[in-house]
Design a protein around this ligand. Structure first.
Ligand code: NG1
Ligand code: ZN
Length: 548
């Protein structure tokens, strides 16, 4: 009864805005910040319930990533540090759209009963809160706290301004009983990076400013945090621009999304950077792309996207595995299941490259939760979206074997190549965020690999030649009218469209095109690739016309 009255009282402070329908989507709730208070309050309730149900620490992150500064959003991190289980998404949607306090209360009571969640104050909930640098974050954080506190026995712990992957990492660490402060996060990244750098073959070591990396912080949280991390690193010189301190606006003409989609030089980069190794983070630092400014004559960049990052990582890991196996006796073979997960947005040339490496490549629908879910099925599962969001997951059983193997190798033949390979793989498993894609993990891993191979960014970029591609978005009345199948490569509804897309696609050498409803915006996205840029543009336009 006490619980009911608290809920009725607090929820009346957060009426839902009229005429807005909220959907948990591919990355949580996202909308104009002005309409989000009730949603974030309710997400707080959900997080507390999830914590009671799982008897674990849950995360709640307030961010709208690469979207414009006036937007905001909220997403929940499950006990593993990954995204909220899909099984709870319908409840999240229902909560966010409940019309008044009574409906809300009713929903909570029913759901708690269904899920056998006992809200009696004995089973304590704990929710870690994080937010990006958006000005609306502060009041939304307050709404989240009120939501969490309205479930009896719950504690909301404000971790402050964080990158999205930092918060997910903390949730995971807490639930594994590990130290989980921001300091611990930076320690883990910097020490595993140091370990990889110590294993760089002597002749490959590059020194000084020649090896400087210039990073675009998207005027968001990533720039500031990277400056902290950078001070703990040896062997890598980083210059951070667009930290947000210089007056630039979050994600405006800057950041990984802008750079990847527009393929142009971000603000504060220009002719002084020609040929330099540059990278862009997105607004909450869970995405990363690299780029080079090739010449003064145009604003275009040479992009090294998520697919190429994936390819570099896959190549490196495959190499380390094969070195490791050379040192493994027949009685002790652990054949790690190694798989690569992409979406339909992956450049066709990258998929060809990975398959030629002999790797197993699978496609899932767009949205990290789908890629992640697939990647955990492997001993080493790498996933990346073309936009630069991705990570590498290691199974416990493989890590356990690797640890043992490393010990054996170090007592048998300390300093041998197989032992180094084992050490490298162990370091990668610690450097790379096991909860979600993390721009800092990706950046440090890419840097360590380039040094290990003694490669320039140009050599990396030349792993394969991207097929020219084009992305468009078409505003429609009802994006849910488009229904897809086979990892979004085929449209099943409305009828006839897929045939029409096929008829267009066959006109272009190496043509490929698909459409899908966005999970984060009210649009249908169109993707096309072909052997020439003109071809890709024209195919995208004709397919776009079919949707309008
Ligand atoms: P939607 O709006 O569903 O296309 C976008 C990105 C996803 C993912 C999410 C979450 C593209 C084409 N889509 O999703 O890859 O990153 O945002 O941030 O880039
Ligand atoms: Zn992001």
């Amino acid at each position: 009864e006490e619980q009911k009255s608290i809920l009725l009282k607090t929820s009346s402070r957060f009426p839902i805005p009229p005429g807005v329908k909220f959907s948990y989507g591919t990355a949580g709730f996202r909308a104009d910040a002005l309409v989000l208070e009730s949603t974030v309050y309710r997400a707080g309730i959900l997080a507390a319930l999830r914590s009671i149900k799982t008897r674990s620490v849950i995360g709640l992150m307030i961010t709208a990533s690469h979207n414009k500064i006036s937007d905001n959003g909220v997403k929940i991190a499950d006990p593993s540090g990954g995204m909220l289980t899909q099984a709870w998404e319908p409840f999240a949607d229902a909560l966010a759209n409940a019309t008044d306090s009574d409906c809300l209360l009713q929903l909570i009571i029913e759901f708690a009963k269904e899920e056998s969640i006992l809200i009696d104050g004995h089973c304590r909930a704990e929710v870690l809160l994080g937010r990006d640098t958006r000005p609306s974050g502060e009041s939304l954080l307050e709404a989240a706290k009120q939501g969490i506190n309205s479930i009896v026995g719950s504690a909301a712990i404000d971790m402050g301004i964080l990158t999205t992957p930092q918060l997910h990492w903390m949730v995971r660490a807490r639930n594994k009983g590990m130290k989980a402060s921001e300091r611990d996060y930076f320690e883990q990244l910097s020490s595993s990076f140091r370990c990889l750098m110590n294993l760089v073959p002597g002749e490959c070591k590059v020194k000084g400013t020649d090896y400087k990396l210039v990073v675009d912080g998207a005027n968001g949280v990533g720039g500031e945090k990277l400056e902290c991390l950078m001070n703990m690193l040896d062997g890598l010189v980083i210059e951070v621009r667009n930290t947000g301190k210089g007056g630039g606006i979050l994600n405006e003409g800057v950041g990984a999304d802008y750079v990847q989609k527009e393929k142009v030089v971000p603000q504060e980069f220009g002719s002084n950077d020609i040929g330099m190794r540059c990278a862009s983070l997105d607004g909450d630092a869970d995405r990363l792309v690299y780029f080079i400014v090739p010449s003064v004559s145009s604003n275009n960049i040479m992009l090294v996207d998520g697919d190429k990052m994936l390819s570099l990582f896959a190549l490196f890991i495959k190499e380390q595995l094969s070195i490791l196996y050379k040192g493994v006796d027949e009685n002790n073979p652990y054949q790690a299941r190694f798989g690569v997960v992409q979406t339909a947005y992956a450049n066709g040339a990258s998929t060809d490259f990975l398959k030629e490496l002999g790797l197993e490549v699978v496609l899932t629908p767009t949205g990290v939760k789908f890629l992640h879910e697939k990647a955990v099925e492997y001993d080493i599962g790498i996933y990346f979206e073309a936009n630069g969001h991705g990570t590498i997951l290691f199974s416990d059983s493989f890590l356990c074997w690797l640890e043992k193997r490393q010990n054996e190798l170090s007592s048998m033949s300390e300093g041998s190549e197989p032992q180094k390979a084992a050490l490298r793989l162990l370091a990668v498993s610690k450097l790379v965020n096991q909860a979600v894609g993390d721009a800092f993990s990706g950046l440090l891993l890419a840097e360590a690999i380039l040094q290990t191979l003694s490669w320039s960014i140009n050599q990396w970029s030349e792993l394969y030649q991207d097929l020219p591609s084009r992305q468009l978005k078409v505003k429609v009345m009802d994006r849910t009218a488009v229904v897809t199948a086979n990892a979004e490569t085929v449209v099943v509804k409305p009828p006839g469209i897929q045939e029409a897309i096929n008829a267009e696609t066959v006109k272009y050498p190496r043509g490929r095109s698909f459409i899908r409803p966005s999970g984060t915006e009210d649009v249908i996205r169109v993707y096309a690739e072909a052997s020439t840029q003109e071809g890709a543009d024209s195919l995208a336009h004709s397919v776009g016309k079919l949707v309008e």
